[in-house]
Design a protein around this ligand. Structure first.
Ligand SMILES: Cc1cc2nc3c(=O)[nH]c(=O)nc-3n(C[C@H](O)[C@H](O)[C@H](O)COP(=O)(O)OP(=O)(O)OC[C@H]3O[C@@H](n4cnc5c(N)ncnc54)[C@H](O)[C@@H]3O)c2cc1C
Length: 282
């Protein structure tokens, strides 16, 4: 059975009343591949959220941006406010697959699929994103740092939908660094990626840092320990050995078909170093 409600209220009622949660589908670019590969059983019912207008809105206010969960990554990448104030998100959306994928793939699908290699969660972590979860019980706002509970697992309840992502506007003087490392320039799953947002004082010391990394842990990783460790340091004098020791406390990369654990540990350190050099260079 294929359900395609046109109002959020109808979609939430359907979820609340279903004996078994229908499979929520947005762009289908993850789900259809998984089905093709036989990784998932065909569900009894589908809930297609693509016709829910409320999930397609992008609202930019001076201090915040709200992006509907069913917004395509192409729309996110090309949005003028996103490009101007959240450039790392414009970049990560534009690097998620190729254009045909970006036309169908949604920001919400990329988050809920909960792959540790997904391109947009690290950026949203660096920007301090919150996500809106809706059910007939109401809407709850959750920091993205609390959304992932383990490999491909989230706190999403059986009757909930992700309806939007909220991003605070970064301070004017914040410095944005984003780099995705893949096998190829385009259409590659991340071996690793880093999104980092820095603030510096007049003396050039780091006063605030927030980041996200892909493919270094079971979930997209926020690395709060690294951020705290970097605070108060001058980018040019960060000790490489101490940085590696700090990173090893917080990330647990695996060996897989894309990279080895040792490679990921080294590249993670080098990406942080590169982001620090970037701060010194400008
Ligand atoms: C060829 C190809 C290349 C790709 N390249 C990349 C890449 O480079 N980087 C990358 O990160 N990803 C990549 N992907 C994966 C995929 O395109 C993205 O993860 C995409 O953002 C998923 O969005 P979707 O709308 O298609 O999700 P769907 O497949 O529709 O859904 C994915 C998951 O999210 C759930 N879901 C979707 N929307 C909601 C909602 N509103 N509320 C609750 N649950 C919801 C679904 O139930 C499902 O579990 C690629 C996929 C393909 C086929």
């Amino acid at each position: 059975m294929w359900h395609k409600p046109t109002t959020l209220a109808d979609a939430l009622t359907l979820l609340a009343e279903a004996a078994k949660r229908p499979c929520v589908i947005a762009g289908g670019t993850d789900l259809m591949v998984e089905r093709q590969l036989g990784k998932t059983v065909t569900p009894e019912a589908w809930l297609d959220v693509s016709a829910l207008n409320a999930l397609h809105e992008i609202d930019a206010a001076p201090d915040t941006l709200r992006i509907g969960a069913a917004t395509s990554l192409r729309t996110v990448a090309r949005h003028a406010d996103v490009q101007a104030r959240w450039p790392m998100l414009a970049a990560s959306a534009a690097l998620t697959g190729a254009t045909p994928i970006q036309n169908r793939a949604t920001l919400g699908g990329n988050l809920v699929n909960a792959s540790p290699a997904a391109d947009n969660p690290p950026v949203l972590l660096a920007y301090g994103a919150e996500i809106e979860l809706a059910s007939v019980r109401g809407i709850r706002l959750l920091p993205l740092t609390e959304f992932y509970t383990g490999y491909r697992q989230t706190v999403l309840a059986a009757d909930e939908l992700v309806i939007a992502v909220r991003l605070p506007t970064p301070p004017e003087n914040a410095r944005h660094y984003y780099r995705k490392v893949g096998t190829r320039q385009a259409q590659a799953i991340a071996k690793l990626s880093l999104a980092a947002l820095y603030e510096l004082d007049a003396a050039g010391k780091i006063t605030a840092m927030r980041c996200g990394m892909a493919s270094v842990a079971a979930t997209p990783a926020a690395l709060p320990g690294l951020a705290a460790w970097l605070r108060g340091q001058t980018p040019a004098t960060v000790d490489p050995a101490a940085l590696r020791a700090q990173l090893a406390l917080e990330i647990t990369p695996i060996d897989d078909i894309r990279s080895t654990r040792a490679y990921r540990l080294e590249v993670a350190a080098r990406l942080i170093e590169d982001s620090l050099t970037d701060l010194s260079d400008h």
